[in-house]
Ligand binder design. Structure first.
Ligand code: SF4
Length: 482
């Protein structure tokens, strides 16, 4: 970071002189944080600082450089939510973001509670910037498509390199590099973007300047594989064009080989749906597709929950089950055993199934979220409720399970399952005890067994358990008659 006096600053900013902070790039979080701490402790107000990312074209401010305020002796305390928010927001394309963040930091030191005031215009604007950046990162994770090229320089990977072209909206390329390094550690790859390009050779990550799309190959042999994969997972019975274009915005289509199939697949969707309804897919074929789906889900990175788990816990049960039961997410036992409902809550469910006269082996059991979300307490992994974006990300898998099995009735255990199936929030006490229409067949909402286990009063727990058994009986009747 360099600081200079701006000779062209307006009069009001010259006394004391405005300081130009030159950052090392558009995403220079460390430089911004270091300068912000020093200025804050030196009580240099937001209106006295001009933030300049990168080199300025005419180098106006190179004259008269002055030192940063000294390293503060005191530890600067800010609410933890601030750096979490600022670290994302600083990657936004808005040229004012550095100044806005410093102004927010300045105000927070006087009113620490401000960071929780979500209607404050400055907090709100920062939150929206952070949200846009997170969404852009998610899209980059999902929509980078590599093409294979010969590269004699890629000695670590047998002369093969995978090259992708991507146009992010914000300054997120360096922030996503770790994701691609972890995911494709054994490959040599390059991601080219207009602002900066990143390259991995199997051992080292390097950077080069941005480029244009002509530098990236347009097609390769993998093209057909992507298309075949997309056509195989495309489920006409679950087609929602609005949701699909929201998940896969049109601006990314030109770089996605599978996007070429979208129009013909949508056009043929109704015909394919009618075909699926008329001609039942053979159970063996469904089982095979479910097992392929389960394998595919092991590599899922659609949300961060895969990290630190033993793998994805996919659903289990017959591919032609008339009854499906959807829970929340795998717990500690399920994660270790790679099977749903084998922990304490699974024990309660097993007992309730027997009392309701349902054979577990005839039911397809799955969860709305397929990876275990937890927090560490000492050496123990404590369950944490998945949040809405995680449930929505994992609906990708649940939708495909439902589309293949097409159950006559679906039991939704708790609010997470309801959100996974319907996309909406739920009050279980109000919804349970009666059939609920859902996009596929009939739904029955009831208590999650783990909720019953957490009820401290014996009578209340017994009542909730009796309700669970009654709701399972209702679902079994619906499944038989549907
Ligand atoms: S929880 Fe679901 S969406 Fe998230 S990584 Fe696991 S399988 Fe993918």
């Amino acid at each position: 970071v360099t600081i200079a006096i701006d000779p062209l600053a307006p009069e009001a900013m010259r006394t004391p002189p405005a300081r130009v902070v030159r950052l090392d790039g558009e995403d220079d979080w460390d430089g911004w944080r270091d300068a912000a701490r020093r200025f804050l402790v030196a009580r240099v107000g937001p209106e006295k600082i001009v933030w300049q990312p990168g080199e300025s074209a005419d180098d106006l401010f190179a004259q008269g450089a002055v030192d940063l305020p000294p390293e503060p002796q005191l530890e600067l305390r800010v609410p933890r939510a601030f750096p979490e928010l600022a670290k994302s927001a600083i990657l936004h394309r808005d040229p004012e973001r550095f100044a806005l963040l410093y102004r927010l930091l300045w105000q927070i030191t006087e009113h620490p509670g401000l960071i929780s005031d979500h209607v404050d215009p400055l907090v709100r604007r920062t939150e929206l910037m952070a949200k846009a950046v997170r969404r852009d990162i998610h899209k980059m994770h999902a929509f980078v498509r590599f093409r294979k090229v010969e590269d004699p320089g890629a000695a670590n990977t047998g002369g093969t390199r995978f090259v992708a072209w991507f146009e992010p909206e914000h300054h997120i390329v360096r922030a996503t590099a770790g994701f691609f390094v972890r995911r494709f550690a054994q490959m040599a790859w390059s991601i080219l973007t207009p602002e900066i390009s990143i390259h991995w050779d199997g051992e080292t990550l390097t950077e080069s300047p941005g480029t244009d799309s002509s530098a990236a190959p347009r097609e390769d042999a993998l093209e057909e594989m992507w298309k075949a994969y997309y056509a195989a997972i495309f489920n006409p019975a679950r087609l929602k064009i609005g949701a699909m274009t929201k998940e896969m915005p049109r601006r990314y289509w030109k770089n996605l080989p599978e996007a070429q199939l979208i129009a013909p697949l949508i056009a043929g969707a109704q015909a394919r749906e009618a075909h699926m309804v008329d001609q039942d897919v053979a159970p063996a074929q469904r089982a095979q597709t479910l097992s392929a789906l389960s394998e595919e889900a092991q590599g899922c990175r659609r949300c961060p929950l895969w990290e630190g788990t033993n793998g994805c816990v996919f659903g289990e049960g017959p591919g032609d089950a008339r009854l499906m039961i959807v829970g929340e997410q795998p717990g500690d036992e399920e994660d270790k055993n790679h099977r749903p409902f084998v922990g304490p809550a699974g024990g309660v469910l097993d007992r309730a199934l027997v009392e309701a006269g349902i054979d577990r082996t005839e039911v397809y059991l799955t969860n709305a979220v397929k990876h275990f979300k937890y927090t560490m307490r000492g050496k123990r992994r404590l369950h944490q409720k998945p949040d809405a974006p995680e449930i929505d990300a994992c609906r990708w898998w649940l939708d495909q399970e439902i589309g293949l099995i097409r159950p006559k009735a679906t039991v939704m255990l708790g609010a997470t399952a309801v959100r996974g199936i319907t996309g909406k929030a739920a009050t279980i006490g109000k919804m349970r005890g009666k059939p609920t229409p859902i996009p596929q067949g009939i739904g029955v909402v009831t208590w999650h067994p783990s909720y019953i286990l957490r009820i401290p009063e014996r009578d209340a727990a017994n009542a909730a358990y009796a309700a669970l058994v009654a709701d399972l009986r209702l679902a079994a009747t619906q499944a038989r008659s549907g």
